[in-house]
Structure formats: structure tokens, C-alpha cells
Write a protein that binds this ligand. Structure first.
Ligand SMILES: Cc1cc2nc3c(=O)[nH]c(=O)nc-3n(C[C@H](O)[C@H](O)[C@H](O)COP(=O)(O)OP(=O)(O)OC[C@H]3O[C@@H](n4cnc5c(N)ncnc54)[C@H](O)[C@@H]3O)c2cc1C
Length: 181
């Protein structure tokens, strides 16, 4: 089984892709890849998808410079509600789980009388800001690459340079293995 996902800028997609029938979504994805001259075996993978399993949605990202900008109180939030994470980093779930862990720790400290409730929430929010902001920034990096390579020139450079990077990285890997032996 293979799972695929295509991330594209809005202008490259048909209008309101969320409302398109599944088959039309696959067709639109195939058109984008053909236009960008992706390899046919990869495009074939899309055409053989179970169309019912294909859907489209927009994703959002928080501004990493402005996380949890409110004054601490007895009410707080964690996870994507504070730092909506684009799926391009694969780190949103783990970050949300750490948020919960840190908040729980701080609440236990308050329960033990080591801090007031608001101070505990304040400490947890401070931790979240400094920990989650770099993760959002890092996860947004691929979005910048996607935008940069969306133009015909960008797409051309991507097509030309990717095989060179692949050869370079394979050579570096082989050299590193030989050196270790
Ligand atoms: C396509 C995609 C791929 C991703 N891939 C990865 C990955 O590989 N690795 C990774 O770590 N992260 C990934 N993420 C990010 C990850 O899914 C999120 O960062 C993570 O789910 C955030 O967890 P959360 O608990 O904060 O929010 P959510 O998982 O969004 O949970 C919030 C819950 O609250 C519910 N809710 C909303 N409003 C209300 C309401 N008014 N009343 C009651 N319930 C409500 C929602 O239905 C939802 O169940 C991906 C995200 C996307 C979109």
C-alpha cells in the first residue's frame, strides 16, 4: 500500500478543491504532476488510487513570532489551537503531546503548593512559546520551497537540480560508509 499527498499553492489548483468529486481531485493532481513533468510511473500511482480515499483541504500555520500572545489566566490552550502546525514538518502531534505533558507537570507543581495556578499556567505558556515557535518555523520551511518552485523557472531548477542533489548525496553516503570501515 502507498499513501500519497500533494501540496500545492492555491493558484495551481482548481477553485474550491474541497468541493470537487474524488475523481476530479485525482485528475487535477495528475494534471499538475504532468505539467511539472514528473515521472510517469509516479503519476501512474495516483491514477490507480482508490478515489474514495482522496480528499482535499487547506491547511493553516500559526505565526511563530506571536504564539499565545494573551495574558496568562486560569484558562489556557495547547496544541494546534495555539501553534497550528503545517503538515510539512511532521511534528505537530509530538509538539501538542509535549505541551500537555509540560502543562500537567506545572499543574501538579501548583497542586503541591509550589506556585499559584496562574503562575503555573504562565510557566507552561512560556515554555510552549519558546519550544513551539522554532518547530513552526522549521515546518514552514518546506512551504517556502513549495512557493519558490511553483513558478516555471523554479520548477525547471527543481527538475534540473534534484537529480544532482540525489547523486551528490548518494556519493557522500558511500564515501562516509567507506570512511567508517
Ligand atoms: C495532512 C496532515 C498531516 C499531518 N501529519 C503529521 C505528522 O506526520 N506528524 C505530526 O506530528 N503531525 C502531523 N500533522 C499535524 C497534527 O495532525 C496536528 O499538529 C495535531 O493533530 C494537533 O493536535 P491537537 O490535539 O492540538 O489538535 P487536533 O488533533 O486538531 O484536535 C482537536 C480536536 O478538537 C475537536 N474540536 C474542535 N472544536 C471543537 C469544539 N468546539 N468542541 C469539541 N471539540 C472540538 C476537533 O474535532 C479535534 O478532534 C499533520 C496535519 C495534517 C493536516
Amino acid at each position: 500500500m502507498a499513501i500519497w499527498g500533494l501540496i500545492a499553492i492555491e493558484q495551481a489548483l482548481p477553485r474550491d478543491p474541497e468541493k470537487l468529486p474524488h475523481v476530479a481531485l485525482v485528475d487535477a493532481s495528475v494534471r499538475i504532476l504532468r505539467r511539472r513533468r514528473w515521472a510517469e510511473p509516479l503519476i501512474d500511482l495516483l491514477t490507480r488510487s482508490n478515489t474514495d480515499s482522496v480528499s482535499a483541504f487547506k491547511f493553516n500555520a500559526a505565526d511563530p513570532e506571536d504564539l499565545a500572545p494573551w495574558k496568562s489566566s486560569r484558562v489556557t490552550a495547547i496544541g494546534d489551537a495555539v501553534h497550528a502546525m503545517p503538515p510539512t514538518g511532521g511534528q505537530g502531534a509530538a509538539t501538542a503531546i509535549i505541551d500537555a505533558d509540560v502543562l500537567t507537570e506545572r499543574l501538579h507543581a501548583a497542586e503541591r503548593g509550589e506556585a499559584t495556578l496562574v503562575v503555573a499556567v504562565h510557566d507552561s505558556e512560556n515554555d510552549l512559546r519558546t519550544r513551539a515557535a522554532p518547530v513552526v518555523r522549521e515546518s514552514l520551511q518546506p512551504v517556502d520551497w513549495i512557493r519558490a518552485t511553483a513558478s516555471p523557472t523554479g520548477a525547471f531548477l527543481l527538475r534540473t537540480l534534484t537529480p544532482l542533489f540525489a547523486v551528490g548525496s548518494a556519493a557522500a553516503h558511500t564515501a562516509a560508509q567507506k570512511w567508517r570501515r
